[in-house]
Design a protein. Structure first.
Length: 265
């Protein structure tokens, strides 16, 4: 799964990669957690016939997907991830997979290697980033939720897939990565049905990421500076993947803060 990630690129770099006409300024964020606002790119801006400008737009969404049919978000599970293999059939994600596919801008993500069940050892955090640096685009789903009083909030989840070679020793899942040449296909919800983009929901190629063991500073949401990505002083090489990577049993926890899930800030 993906429970924390980072976006430290400049707004100009994000604008250039995603082909955006405009983007609001934003600070570097080193420890993005569930229920916080995340930057997503949608391809649903309406243009008049003959208008050749891009249909992509950048917007903020709450990281925690809320289907439109939910009556009380406070009683609904926190959906930060969706399994790519089953999202098109799940009631929570089916409509978004067909109509509201988005891209999530990131500089990398964090994952925790869990010790064997019953062990007294602590989970070990890793910062997993593109080996070549730069920005990576995660496949995402978006839903605009309307509460009973008419208030609207954009919400999102990140699609996951089985891990590649670099991530497998740490966890058995990773975010789906969409490469720039496939941005248009993924965002095109008018002509590209879920089955037409199924080939894009595959593990990132082996060798495209590197995993860096970091300290447990990243465990606390209040730690938001670049120090959370510094290599751990006692870091050891990541073991080669076993035949069957250990599965993560615990469920994601929301970020520290007020329980009102409808607030972005």
């Amino acid at each position: 799964m993906c429970g924390r990630f980072s976006l430290t690129a400049t707004p100009q770099e994000v604008q250039e990669l995603f082909g955006l006409e405009e983007i609001e300024d934003f600070p570097a964020r080193y420890n993005i957690a569930p229920t916080q606002p995340i930057l997503i790119v949608a391809g649903d801006r309406r243009r008049e016939t003959g208008d050749n400008r891009t249909d992509r737009r950048a917007l903020l969404a709450r990281w925690g997907f809320i289907p439109g049919w939910v009556k009380d978000p406070a009683e609904f599970p926190l959906l930060i991830n969706a399994r790519s293999e089953t999202a098109a059939e799940k009631a929570s994600f089916r409509a978004a997979m067909r109509h509201r596919r988005v891209l999530v801008a990131a500089s990398g993500f964090y994952e925790w290697h869990r010790p064997p069940k019953g062990s007294k050892q602590k989970s070990v955090p890793y910062w997993i980033r593109p080996r070549a640096g730069g920005i990576v685009a995660f496949a995402g789903l978006m839903e605009t939720y309307m509460s009973a009083d008419g208030a609207e909030i954009d919400t999102a989840a990140i699609l996951t897939v089985g891990a590649n070679r670099e991530v497998a020793p740490i966890h058995d899942r990773m975010p789906v990565v969409i490469t720039p040449e496939n941005f248009s296909r993924w965002l095109d919800c008018l002509t590209q049905e879920p089955r037409d983009v199924g080939d894009l929901m595959a593990p990132a190629p082996d060798g495209s990421f590197e995993a860096i063991r970091v300290s447990d500073l990243v465990n606390k949401v209040a730690n938001t500076g670049p120090e959370v990505q510094a290599p751990a002083t006692d870091a050891a090489p990541v073991d080669e993947p076993a035949d069957k990577p250990a599965k993560r049993a615990s469920k994601p926890k929301p970020a520290d803060g007020p329980p009102d899930q409808m607030k972005l800030f």
